[in-house]
Design a binder for this molecule. Sequence first.
Ligand SMILES: NC(=O)c1ccc[n+]([C@@H]2O[C@H](COP(=O)([O-])OP(=O)(O)OC[C@H]3O[C@@H](n4cnc5c(N)ncnc54)[C@H](OP(=O)(O)O)[C@@H]3O)[C@@H](O)[C@H]2O)c1
Length: 239
Amino acid sequence: MASTGVAGRTWLAAGNNSAATLVVAIMTTIGIIGAGNIGSQVARKAIENGYDVVISNSRGAETLAELVAELGPKATAGTSAQAAEAAEVAVVTVPLNAYADVPVEQLAGKIVIDTNNYYFERDGHIAALDNGETTVTGMLQKHLPTSRVAKGFNHITAADITADSFPTGDPARRALATASDFADASAFVTKLYDEFGFDTVNIGPLEESWRVERDRPAYGIRQTTAELEANLAKAPRTV
Ligand SMILES: NC(=O)c1ccc[n+]([C@@H]2O[C@H](COP(=O)([O-])OP(=O)(O)OC[C@H]3O[C@@H](n4cnc5c(N)ncnc54)[C@H](OP(=O)(O)O)[C@@H]3O)[C@@H](O)[C@H]2O)c1
């Protein structure tokens, strides 16, 4: 008997002659494109939660040797294309001005989590974002038309990903937002947030994801589910 979670772990339960049941976990490999503040922190929490990780940057695997040594045997480094190819689920966490370099073919059919934010000081001005005609993650979805993109980890400071997690049900637990045009993609982010120690507020489709972009009330602050819902509701479309 096999049951498959939402793009998550597949649990195979096979009966044998003595009627005992063997349960084998096939872990999900997370491919991480970008190995900076957020990419390295997501890698740490993913490995803590049993995932395999293939991580990449722009300069080559050899420049990630120290990080991979710290992460241990469940981590390897590669090119962006190799991380995308190995990924069952991918995380894109490069500066927004590099999003067009994200491999398209290797991510086809896969869930892709986008951590990106728009900093015109770093990324240059993008008129469609300045005018409120699109969203940061909507741009990545357009670049990856055959992937199922979800927003994730964009409004938490990198250090807090490992420092501010709480068990399910703890009243102090912090909430993070997601958004996607694909239900299984937002469901996967919800599952990952929960495993990492955070509650989820699902904003809905990507066209609403501006609610958690930079300079909106929910951006960067610590909040519970109720507080995050209230901050998302009062966000202005352009800032
Ligand atoms: N820092 C935070 O607390 C935080 C919080 C939430 C969201 N974010 C957002 O998440 C994204 C990543 O932020 P970060 O702080 O982690 O950035 P970062 O520390 O500057 O790291 C960026 C990573 O992307 C890699 N990269 C750059 N261009 C690439 C390309 N063309 N192909 C493959 N890899 C490339 C860099 O590799 P090289 O070093 O080899 O160039 C580096 O490993 C940004 O959009 C940021 O706004 C950041």
